[in-house]
Design a protein around this ligand. Structure first.
Ligand code: HPA
Length: 245
């Protein structure tokens, strides 16, 4: 079964024929919201709003462990995560969709592993390729099939938030090789690997990162809102196509 974790701008999944909602308790506490079970075509999917139904959970306060655990418990084997990002690389301006292939973690203080606590064996997952290449390829195919432009690669920098970055921080991320910056990619991506799930992301660029392009002096939150709704329509089209494959 396919799980979709929706971020800012995708707190519900219109187009999903809803069958039922279920609150799931996990050893790590509560998920961000109840899981929504539904269908796209013949494919059963589970949707989870990462920031809660009312968009009230900040990126550093999301219970990533509970979210990933609950999806796995409910039979999910593949997760497509949708996340808004700022674009660092010049070509990644507002409205661009990207399927990242690499990630750099700048977050701190977030519970970030299932392998800790009483009796848990120390376990080091391989994370050389942090995203599932199979699922990434399927997303790219789906986008091609429905005529949505999508960039096939990008290095995602996961920052702590909830504040946006300074211009100098963005310069540093760029020197590190990052193309995109967002606040929720970690530890979600690593936890999915620990749980043995196939995981890939669709990153939606909603602004030039701080100090770049029309964010040279400030990041305009109003402009983000405008880009967000239009871009999420396109993301939904890609997801619907993915479910038809
Ligand atoms: N930085 C971090 N996270 C983000 C941004 C940004 O510029 N835009 C959307 N999410």
């Amino acid at each position: 079964m396919l799980g979709v974790i929706g971020g800012s701008g995708l707190a519900q999944f219109e187009g999903l024929a809803h069958l039922r909602r279920k609150a799931v308790r996990t050893p790590y506490g509560e998920t961000s919201a109840a899981l929504s079970f539904g269908r796209i075509g013949s494919q059963e999917i589970v949707f989870l709003a990462r920031h809660g139904d009312g968009h009230s959970i900040a990126p550093h306060q999301v219970n990533y462990r509970a979210n990933v655990w609950a999806l796995k418990e409910e039979g999910v084997r593949e997760i497509v995560a949708v996340a808004t990002v700022g674009g660092i690389r010049k070509e990644f301006g507002p409205g661009v969709l990207v399927v990242p292939d690499q990630i750099i973690d700048y977050t701190w203080g977030r519970p970030s592993t299932f392998f800790e606590g009483a009796g848990a064996p120390v376990t080091h997952i391989d994370f050389t390729e942090p995203y599932s290449s199979v699922l990434r390829a399927r997303i790219l195919d789906a986008a091609r099939n429905c005529g949505e432009a999508i960039a096939a690669r990008g290095v995602y920098a996961a920052t702590q938030g909830p504040r946006l970055e300074s211009a100098a921080e963005i310069d540093r991320l760029e020197r590190d090789g990052a193309d995109l910056v967002g606040m929720t990619g970690m530890p979600e991506t690593a936890l999915a690997r620990e749980a043995g799930l196939q995981y890939a992301a669709i990153a939606v660029v909603v602004n030039h990162a701080a100090g770049r392009g029309d964010s040279a002096l400030a990041v305009s939150l109003e402009r983000i809102e405008a880009v967000l709704s239009e871009s999420m329509l396109r993301v939904r089209r890609v997801l619907q196509e993915l479910c038809r494959q």
